[in-house]
Design a protein around this ligand. Structure first.
Ligand SMILES: *[C@@H]1O[C@H](CO)[C@@H](O)[C@H](O)[C@H]1NC(C)=O
Ligand SMILES: *[C@@H]1O[C@H](CO)[C@@H](O)[C@H](O)[C@H]1NC(C)=O
Ligand SMILES: *[C@@H]1O[C@H](CO)[C@@H](O)[C@H](O)[C@H]1NC(C)=O
Ligand SMILES: *[C@@H]1O[C@H](CO)[C@@H](O)[C@H](O)[C@H]1NC(C)=O
Ligand SMILES: *[C@@H]1O[C@H](CO)[C@@H](O)[C@H](O)[C@H]1NC(C)=O
Ligand SMILES: *[C@@H]1O[C@H](CO)[C@@H](O)[C@H](O)[C@H]1NC(C)=O
Ligand SMILES: *[C@@H]1O[C@H](CO)[C@@H](O)[C@H](O)[C@H]1NC(C)=O
Length: 408
């Protein structure tokens, strides 16, 4: 009897509580309430994404968990889209334990990737990657994910529509574009290592210099933005003296060569460029209401003892020896991208910390298979690379794709 009474009592107390909570919510959400603005501020800070995000969830926090259904495609099969140098299966790497994990964000809804569901959602849409070779890895990963890694007559090369054709004498085109005919979904990549506009300077003598306009996005982005529904940007690893001088890039702002000390510091030049491309895109977004833009944070390198010039390596093969979880309410490790997108409609795709845990998943010392010696060539040895920058595919960039797909 006693128990029953207290149940009833408890029941009515809970009912009163629910009504009270509902009232408070109605109050908070009503337009006039001054608290509303600050409530949304807090939410925005938590999700560290744009104001349109309504869920309190941060995809960068969570943990790597074993998953027997991984990888999402075969490194042997995805020959049509995947560069041989990044396919560690083809390259003869002996251990593949790194393939068997997925990222489980804490408190975020991240459904299992299904390529048919994905392509159906992306019907009539164009997804563009613009960035450096790490962006190209993410593009190849998405092509393999969306095709299941199988050759398919349903996928058509439409590079010509975007001027992505190999120029005479060029090693490769500046990018690639493919369309899945069944759903009319286009996935493309354009190579822009610095996200700035590169314009040949008018000098006839070698070295042919190129003006690198830090305050102007690449012409490709300006020309084709109206055709994109999703844009994923990245930059970072080309911002060093060696790469900039090696490419004969001459930094320009306001149409003239950079003079001041501030921008001569390459870190500042990178910071300035990232802020300026984000500012430009944010101003373009109202004119392109369908467009969603993500800025991917820097992909971590794991060279021990320096870099590949100094023989650095990353020979760990044991998954998650650096830990498996990212917790806490710290922001991104990549404070440049984080501060650039802050207060804009550009979303951050924060993959730095979660990728940092995966040092075993780089190309590492996978050896190139002996190349067939070319006629009149003397190179028959196996060049050894120690690539602690790029990732084996399938691998970590698949997770980056799952994370942005969940946020589209
Ligand atoms: C494909 O999608 C584009 C928009 O992205 C649309 O303009 C075009 O008509 C579509 N083509 C087909 C065959 O559905
Ligand atoms: C895709 O485009 C075609 C042709 O314009 C149209 O018939 C179809 O309804 C579109 N589908 C979606 C989901 O937008
Ligand atoms: C390059 O410089 C030459 C000589 O000064 C000039 O005749 C030519 O018009 C210039 N070309 C461009 C594209 O500016
Ligand atoms: C470029 O021009 C703007 C506006 O005139 C000026 O504020 C800025 O300082 C200039 N930047 C450089 C690096 O010359
Ligand atoms: C891995 O690299 C470290 C440091 O360069 C080296 O001492 C060690 O012998 C290497 N281990 C293997 C298994 O190659
Ligand atoms: C974002 O901008 C707000 C307002 O300017 C500032 O208070 C906050 O510290 C910034 N957050 C980050 C992560 O830069
Ligand atoms: C090939 O390599 C050998 C040994 O390094 C050298 O003696 C020979 O001259 C090379 N031949 C050519 C055609 O470069």
């Amino acid at each position: 009897m006693f128990g029953g009474k207290s149940h009833i009592l408890r029941g009515s107390v809970s009912l009163a509580l629910i009504i009270l909570i509902l009232l408070v919510i109605i109050l908070l959400v009503s337009e006039e309430n001054p608290l509303r603005a600050s409530l949304f501020e807090v939410k925005r800070q938590f999700s560290s994404s744009s104001s349109s995000s309504s869920s309190v969830c941060n995809f960068a926090k969570g943990k790597w968990v074993e998953d027997r259904k991984r990888p999402l495609y075969s490194g042997f099969e995805c020959k049509q889209w995947l560069s041989t140098m990044w396919s560690c299966r083809v390259m003869g790497r002996p251990d593949f334990s790194f393939e068997g994990y997925r990222w489980q964000p804490e408190g975020c809804n991240m459904p299992q990737f299904d390529r048919f569901t994905f392509l159906t959602r992306m019907q009539n849409k164009t997804i563009a990657f613009i960035g450096d070779s790490l962006g190209r890895q993410q593009f190849q990963s998405l092509m393999c994910m969306a095709s299941g890694g199988e050759d398919s007559p349903d996928v058509q090369n439409v590079g010509w529509e975007y001027g992505l054709v190999k120029a005479k004498g060029a090693l490769r085109p500046d990018g690639w574009a493919y369309r899945f005919l069944a759903t009319n979904t286009t996935i493309l990549y354009y190579w822009s290592a610095s996200l700035s506009d590169l314009v040949p300077m008018n000098n006839t003598d070698p070295p042919r210099l190129t003006a690198m306009h830090l305050d102007r996005p690449p012409a490709f982005m300006r020309n084709y933005l109206h055709r994109f529904d999703v844009l994923v940007l990245n930059t970072g690893h080309h911002w060093n003296r060696g790469k900039i001088e090696g490419n004969h890039w001459v930094m320009h702002v306001n149409g003239t060569q950079v003079e001041g000390e501030y921008l001569k510091d390459i870190r500042n030049a990178k910071d300035f460029t990232i802020h300026s491309v984000v500012k430009w895109l944010d101003a373009q977004l109202p004119l392109h209401p369908r467009l969603k833009v993500f800025f991917r944070t820097i992909s971590p390198r794991h060279f021990k003892n320096g870099d590949w010039n100094t023989g650095g390596n990353c020979n760990n093969t044991v998954p998650l020896s650096r830990g498996s979880e990212i917790t806490g309410d710290d922001g991104s490790i990549d404070t440049t991208v984080e501060s650039a997108v802050n207060g804009t409609r550009i979303k951050i795709l924060d993959i730095t910390a979660l990728s940092e845990l995966r040092d075993e998943a780089h190309i590492s010392g996978s050896k190139l298979k002996p190349r067939k010696p070319k006629k009149a060539s003397n190179v028959t040895s196996t060049p050894t690379i120690n690539d602690c920058l790029h990732w084996c595919l399938p691998g970590i960039p698949d997770t980056w794709n799952e994370l942005f797909i969940a946020q589209i």
